[in-house]
Design a protein around this ligand. Structure first.
Ligand code: COA
Length: 375
């Protein structure tokens, strides 16, 4: 190996692994196809953002109506997928269930073809089927049958209706929508990179999605929103939480929901969501949880080398305050990020080069195989 390529970059930190026109992640800004995340969170619903990512531009009113109609047509699980859901043991994590059942559903993919238009429609189908799997599994675990999806409503409205079987309140729809917008895309993060690596082998969109779900499941990535709320719920008071976090920092423990590979001065999405979390907690009368949230956060952001909350820290509490159980949080992240993954899949295959990095060998030097009796 030539000396100039012998420099290994653990975690590929600082390495530019490709070009993208989908998302710009910077210390100072986060843009989806040029639009700032703060404006998208405030002014758009998830359906518009999914359309933006997959089709390249924000939809007109007619295009939004069209994508919602597509969703309506794609909603509803086949009996084979429902049977698979029923067979998986109750204790299996929801992300594993999602991974298995998307794979199963893909054997009955209603979208034919591999041309660009089919790939975009397949992305919409994957979004519909993922939310159906998560909501149906939730209902089955609670002893209820999956219900017929509503038509013509927003994706967030549809999901909440499918979880609970009742009309969701406006605040919950708006907040779920906002989290889905914030989670939809984030350039070459671990799961999206996984998706692009699979795409680069010329494999299919569903295989790339299933691989990305596996990457997102990890607690260092999407799994952090569940870890973050479980951390907050461990404590009975702010004092107890503060004492724990100071000790954890002294022991160099990782605090879940904090830190980011790219953002070293704070995550734009966390700032937006924390504001909403405080409003929601006031409505729900749960200032006790906000006090614990702050007691964990303050020592981490005020230490000599501050580490800031990422989107998963406030998101865990937002979902909890909305009455959703923690096992759903990373799957909800996945139900949104599928839009970003599929946009990247399409971008990768349109200008493809197989991902194949090198490694630096640090194993034993050349040796010959001894006979078995001498090993
Ligand atoms: N809690 C406490 N310390 C943290 C931390 C956290 N959540 N995240 C990073 N640090 C510290 C590390 O201990 C390290 O300190 P050191 O230089 O004294 O050894 C330094 O910050 C750099 O951390 P490192 O793990 O090398 O950064 P990274 O870029 O490889 O990691 C994450 C990024 C996201 C994996 C990491 O911040 C993390 O594990 N966070 C918790 C999980 C999480 O919230 N993930 C969701 C990400 S959106």
């Amino acid at each position: 190996m030539s000396p100039e390529i012998e420099i290994a970059k653990p975690g590929l930190e600082g390495v530019v692994a490709g070009d993208t026109a989908i998302c710009c992640v910077d210390q100072g800004k986060l843009l989806y196809r040029g639009y700032p995340i703060s404006e998208l969170a405030e002014k758009t619903a998830f359906g518009e953002v999914a359309y933006l990512l997959i089709y390249g531009e924000l939809p007109t009113a007619a295009q939004l109506k069209w994508i919602r109609k597509q969703w309506s047509e794609f909603h509803g699980l086949r009996s084979e997928v429902l049977n698979t859901l029923r067979m998986i043991p109750a204790g299996v994590p929801m992300m594993s269930v999602l991974r298995t059942c998307i794979s199963m559903a893909s054997h009955f993919d209603p979208v034919e073809g591999q041309e660009l238009d089919s790939l975009k429609r397949r992305a919409v189908w994957l979004l519909a089927v993922a939310s159906d799997i998560v909501t149906a599994r939730y209902r089955l675990l609670n002893g209820k049958e999956p219900i017929k999806p509503q038509t013509g409503v927003s994706h967030a409205h549809q999901m909440l209706y499918s979880f609970h079987g009742t009309e969701p309140d406006e605040l919950s729809v708006r907040l779920l929508d906002m989290t889905l917008v914030l989670y939809a895309e984030h350039d070459f993060n671990a799961s999206t990179f996984t998706n692009r690596v699979v795409a680069s082998t010329a494999s299919d969109m569903t295989s790339a999605t299933v691989s990305a779900i596996g990457a997102l499941k990890g607690p260092l990535h999407g799994g952090a929103n569940e870890e973050a709320i479980n951390l907050i719920l461990r404590f009975k008071s702010a004092e107890e939480a503060g004492a724990w976090v100071n000790e954890a920092l002294a022991n160099k423990e990782k605090i879940m929901g904090f830190g980011h590979r790219v953002y070293k001065h704070g995550d734009h999405r966390a700032v937006i969501l924390e504001r909403e979390m405080r409003k929601l907690a006031a409505v729900k009368g749960r200032q006790d949880l906000v006090a614990i949230y702050d007691a964990i956060k303050d020592p981490v952001v005020n230490k000599e080398h501050p580490i800031y909350p990422n989107v998963d820290y406030p998101c865990g509490l937002v979902y909890y305050l909305m009455g959703l159980p923690p096992d759903l949080y990373t799957p909800l992240f996945a139900c949104s990020r599928i839009a970003g993954w599929c946009a990247h899949y399409i971008e990768q295959i349109q200008n493809n080069r197989l991902y194949r990095p090198l490694s630096r060998y640090i194993g034993p030097p050349l040796r010959s195989v001894p006979p078995i009796e001498k090993r």
